[in-house]
Design a binder for this molecule. Structure first.
Ligand code: PHE
Length: 342
């Protein structure tokens, strides 16, 4: 058979098939046409495929390409007619389907209260010029401890107080340099930001931290912190107090009073615990202080020319106070009756 007559046979057949699918008025007629043109055992497609064998080998490529085009066009035309005739394929519309029954209401999700809180905190701090920074949740001891002035023998590095990741080299019960752990604080991000940027710096970092605490109403082995870092020349504790007070007033509402209690963190000097007066009660929301010169040295800043403050607040604590949530575990239970309230 010549290529020309093969091609014209296909042209004709294609016209016929498209017309037949178009004309089918019900699923039965459509199925008949399908078998006639596209049937796997016999049918027009099968016949033309056989004719391919008689074509001059040098023309076979062109013939094959046209045949493929024919197949996909005719198949597409069949599917179009099928969907127009009710989509039910050979059986048509499922007779047990009652279109008059009320539908099933879809479950529409929404943003988790902690994520809502994070977005809200970023928005408030953003208005004061703090941009969001991120760091990894799997950290190395340099960023979680060493650069933060937490030495090798410090109790904060105890394996019992941290989630170290198992490595082949973790043979001793003491943390090994080079090991990794789930970060226990977002202060790691202070280091990561200062390592790659020069002052002035005004960032917050909101993210998960991990500590092996037994869950109860106020503890959970994973929770969130909002870390703040402000580094420039002449930054003072008065700046810290103002930023935190403006923040608390915006987030908790009313004119929130703030109280600093002397404390200790290896990476700030002086260090304080931060309390807000809320519903006539002083409540601790986190820690803060002036960035310790040793931290500046670790990241290559000159402590003689720059100064800064840092703070770390508990995101769950803020969210729980604002919304009157009394058990942190509710936030992570996945219980929709709880979550739907937000
Ligand atoms: N990282 C400290 C904590 O988790 C909080 C803190 C952050 C304290 C920044 C001082 C400065 O307890």
């Amino acid at each position: 058979m010549s290529l020309e007559s093969f091609l014209s046979t296909l042209d004709e057949l294609e016209q016929e098939a498209l017309a037949a699918f178009d004309a089918a008025s019900d699923a039965g007629a459509l199925e008949e046409s399908r078998v006639r043109f596209l049937g796997a055992k016999k049918g027009a497609l099968k016949d033309v495929q056989k004719q391919m064998g008689g074509i001059d080998p040098s023309d076979r490529k062109a013939a094959g390409m046209r045949l493929n085009e024919f197949k996909s066009k005719v198949q597409a035309a069949f599917e179009t007619s099928q969907s127009i005739l009710g989509g039910g394929g050979e059986a048509g519309i499922d007779p047990s389907f009652d279109a008059t029954l009320p539908g099933i209401q879809p479950n529409i999700g929404h943003i988790h209260p902690i994520t809502q809180t994070i977005n809200h905190l970023m928005e408030i701090m953003g208005r004061m010029g703090f941009e969001a920074a991120e760091g990894p949740e799997v950290e190395d001891p340099w960023h979680n401890f060493v650069a933060l002035n937490i030495p090798e023998d410090h109790p904060a590095r105890d394996p019992l107080d941290n989630f170290y990741l198992a490595t082949a080299s973790a043979t001793s019960d003491r943390a090994i340099e080079g090991e990794q752990l789930l970060r226990s604080q977002t202060s790691t991000v202070q280091i990561r930001v200062m390592e790659r940027r020069q002052p002035p710096i005004r960032v917050i970092s909101l993210g998960r931290v991990y500590r092996p605490d037994d869950p109860d109403a106020t503890h959970f082995p994973m929770f969130h912190q909002m870390e703040g870092l402000y580094v420039d020349e002449h930054v003072t504790m008065a700046n810290l107090k103002t930023v935190l007070r403006v923040f608390a007033t915006n987030y908790l509402g009313g004119d929130v009073q703030i109280r600093f209690r002397p404390s200790f963190f290896p990476f700030t000097e002086p260090s304080v615990e931060v309390d807000f007066l809320w519903n006539d009660q002083w409540i601790e929301f986190g820690g803060a202080g002036m960035v310790d010169p040793a931290v500046f040295e670790a990241v290559g800043y000159d402590p003689e020319t720059v100064s800064g403050f840092a703070f770390g607040l508990g995101v769950e604590r803020l969210c729980m106070r604002r919304h009157g949530i009394t058990d942190i575990r509710d936030l992570y239970s996945g219980d929709l009756r709880f979550l739907r309230q937000f």
